[in-house]
Design a protein around this ligand. Structure first.
Ligand code: SAH
Ligand code: SF4
Length: 338
């Protein structure tokens, strides 16, 4: 299945067919070409062969129904996970994967344990989004936000991720505003630089998780390659170029990075007006323990008092392993299902 629109499919067709094909896929969210009744039968049959619109998925839903996970199976039998989160406000956020597995091996992350199996193509990333777009269309709803916080490191698959973003964002595609699209990265400096040069309004989030290099290297081996200072220089360049606020994600791990001293060290490090800290509760992956509520509150208080903007993420989807970093914790994860 090759999902991305290929100009050569329509080489012998009238120019307006391109628009009709794109409209069918992204606006009418058709699930097979037979539904594109504005196209000639022969073209529908041809497209059905070239690019089936079927999406093969196994889904599960959390007990409180706030999140749904889909394991999307690709042509080679490998799978990636994507999550739909339903917020109390009624807004719908989709979390997508950019790779199958991840090469960066962060010690707290389930995906990291898999290693990298392969990159996803832009079309395969779009399949995750279209899967949910079709589902919520049946409820007369549409997707509001999209985050690259599923499996994989998006900035290590830059071209495909970017090409998917263009379709997700563009008016002829899904039309989700750039300000509603977020990329989370473990701090791939060349990727952050490229993103800054796009001059695009997508949100950038940095997985920091530590207040000094020694600790960060223990938790995130990529810190040996791009340390905190190098990441912050790239972030500042991004802010200069885009004028956007940047979010730093900080996972609270009991007894590891959640002491008042860590909070003070972090406050010093991140004391800039366009920085914002998002504290994440740890979703168990078998290695660490989550910080207790009191430690979390104290950590937050120290940051706030130091003048840092800080929010706490409420984690959806814990009971279906759909929470951040838990993707791929089941045996179905990214193993070929045949
Ligand atoms: N590779 C990118 C994007 C995917 S991970 C990145 O690391 O930023 C999305 C977010 O989930 C990251 O902030 C990541 O650090 C966080 N995460 C990983 N494991 C987690 C866990 N066990 N509990 C909570 N968050 C986790
Ligand atoms: Fe990869 Fe992100 Fe998980 Fe680290 S946290 S292993 S970068 S997916």
């Amino acid at each position: 299945m090759n999902w991305l629109f290929q100009a050569n499919w329509l080489a012998d067709e009238k120019p307006y067919r391109r628009q009709q094909v794109i409209e069918g896929v992204f606006k009418n969210l058709i699930t097979d070409w037979g539904q594109a009744t504005n196209l000639p039968l022969a073209l529908r049959q041809y497209l059905e062969l070239e690019c089936s619109l079927e999406i093969d998925a196994i889904t599960s839903i959390s007990k409180d129904k706030t999140s749904e996970k889909a394991l999307i199976k690709y042509a080679d039998g490998l799978c990636a996970e994507t999550v739909l989160m339903r917020h109390k406000t009624g807004r719908l956020t989709v979390c997508v994967s950019s790779q199958i597995g991840c090469p960066l091996g962060c010690s707290f992350c389930a995906t990291g344990k898999l290693g990298l199996q392969r990159n996803l193509t832009a079309g395969e990333i779009l399949m995750q989004v279209l899967y949910w777009a079709r589902l919520v269309k049946q409820e007369d709803d549409r997707l509001n936000n999209l985050v690259f916080m599923g499996m994989g490191e998006p900035l290590l698959n830059y071209d495909e991720v970017w090409s998917a973003i263009r379709w997700i964002n563009s008016d002829e595609g899904l039309g989700i505003g750039a300000r509603h699209i977020s990329i989370s990265t473990a701090g791939i400096v060349p990727g952050i630089r490229r993103l800054a040069a796009e001059n695009y309004q997508v949100n950038l989030a940095i997985s920091l998780h530590a207040s000094n290099n020694r600790l960060r290297t223990k938790l995130m081996p990529i810190n040996k390659r791009y340390n905190i200072e190098q990441v912050l220089i790239a972030v500042d360049n991004y802010i200069v170029k885009t004028g956007r606020q940047v979010m730093f994600e900080y996972l609270l791990l009991s007894g590891i990075n959640d002491s008042p001293n860590h909070a003070r060290e972090l406050a010093k490090l991140l004391n800039k007006s366009l920085y914002i800290v998002n504290l994440l509760p740890y979703n168990p992956t078998g290695v660490y323990r989550a910080s207790k509520k009191e430690e979390q509150n104290e950590f937050r208080r120290i940051l706030s008092e130091a003048g840092i903007k800080v929010t706490v993420r409420n984690s959806l989807g814990g009971d279906i392993d759909a929470a951040c970093g838990q993707l791929a914790t089941q045996t179905t994860n990214s193993l070929p299902i045949r």
